[in-house]
Design a protein around this ligand. Sequence first.
Ligand SMILES: Nc1ncnc2c1ncn2[C@@H]1O[C@H](COP(=O)(O)OP(=O)(O)OP(=O)(O)O)[C@@H](O)[C@H]1O
Length: 499
Amino acid sequence: MSPATVEAANVTKRFGSTVALAGAGIVVRPGETHALVGRNGAGKSTLVSILTGLQAPDEGAVTFDGRPAPPLGDRDAWRRLVACVYQKSTIIPTLTVAENLFLNRQARGPAGLIGWGRMRRDAQRLLAEWSVDVDARRPASTLTVEQRQFVEIARALSFGARFIILDEPTAQLDAAGIKRLFARIGNLREQGVTFLYISHHLPEIYEICDQVTVFRDARHILTAPVAELGRPALVAAMTGEDVTMPEAVRRDIPPDVPVRLRVRGLVTRTSARLSLEARAGEVVGIAGGGGSGKVDVAEAVVGLTRPAAGTVTVDGRTLRPGSVPDAIAAGVGLVPQDRHREGLVPLLSIAENVTMSVPERIRRRGLLSPKRRDALAGRVIAELSIKADGPRVPVGDLSGGNQQKVVLGRALAADPKLLVLVTPTAGVDVRSKQTLLGAVEEVRRSGTTVLVVSDELDDLRICDRVLVLFQGRVVAEMAAGWSDNELVAAMEGVDLGHV
Ligand SMILES: Nc1ncnc2c1ncn2[C@@H]1O[C@H](COP(=O)(O)OP(=O)(O)OP(=O)(O)O)[C@@H](O)[C@H]1O
């Protein structure tokens, strides 16, 4: 058998008292598309940082094609072997695509000057070679997520790497974008590229991967051909238990329950006029794919953007358009789409992040009480099963999915009257999804109105009804009990009634 494209054996990695990897390993063979799955905090990202030479293991070894990995400092050697396309872009937005592709390896003319024209032509040729249809002169900031990923893949290939790690690549893509990404992965596989594919979306793994490795609690649990491992067995390997997702709800909100949220004639950058009312304890979904305008609606409701027209009223109080402080004062909580930008302060502790918006709750005789703060955060950690050594751990040290739980914990700490959740379970594992959605059910019971803005069916299943947006317009309103096909078709702009 030819040597493995990459092999990590008996790898241990500790961060202080946290053991992120405990004698774990993986073998990826040439030409495979190999899935790596596990719960939040299982050690996947830590393994990626070791496989890409960003960190050294405390114990264990990595080999590529049977040869020892290069020293950490030799970045060029690593680039020739492996690249990871992360959810967060590694492209520099202020530079052009060409500059991003040839950064630090520009062709220089006789006087040592950078040959801009040649660089652009080389970049265009490289993009064409890998069928990436992007103008190399474009500023990178104008790329869509999909184009950015393709440019990053092309860059990796141009360094010679034939092993590419994709970290939750579909998280920010709509259905059509996912289809194109999968087609591209298929093409590249035929050209001999090997992939390690990290995702919490298990159906994707069944669609495009041939092997799967499961990590749990820092350890390797199993590696098997995808075709031989059914979904229940896969979930059981990830969680150590059986997990079933919540069934679609069906409940009647009594007519005497007061209306808590009124949105009247809202017009955002992308949406046509939208009005809705939701009662206390009601969970309303706003569904739609990329470009549907659903996130714009959420942002306008919580004051992150100023709508072109319309009003938002919470418990009879009309919110000042475009004012987050006013929305917070009115009792609006938000789990934003981009937790890196609008969510968390990574250097501060879990406790500081969770209590940021409720300073009055952690004061004693006018002074901040660390004890109260830690107690409040401790409750959030327990309720949302956040995997951490305690409330004082910096949020930046948590795994991605656990950071997402902190964002929800912070929104809940303020006992909101209206909770707006934007793709709340992105990057969250199956079991944690259940915990998060269960926490939403709890606040709903206490009378909070919830808006779930998402294209994830599991998120939308907890809603009493779902408004579906397509290209800025509400194209359907579905009562609980919808079928997956109906909802997906509506999000894609297909009217099943006329097919
Ligand atoms: N720089 C760090 N400092 C301290 N602890 C860390 C650091 N990086 C990771 N950890 C810890 O190591 C463990 C494994 O984290 P890792 O990010 O590898 O998980 P993951 O499987 O990628 O999770 P997710 O699915 O949530 O992204 C977690 O307990 C995490 O808190």
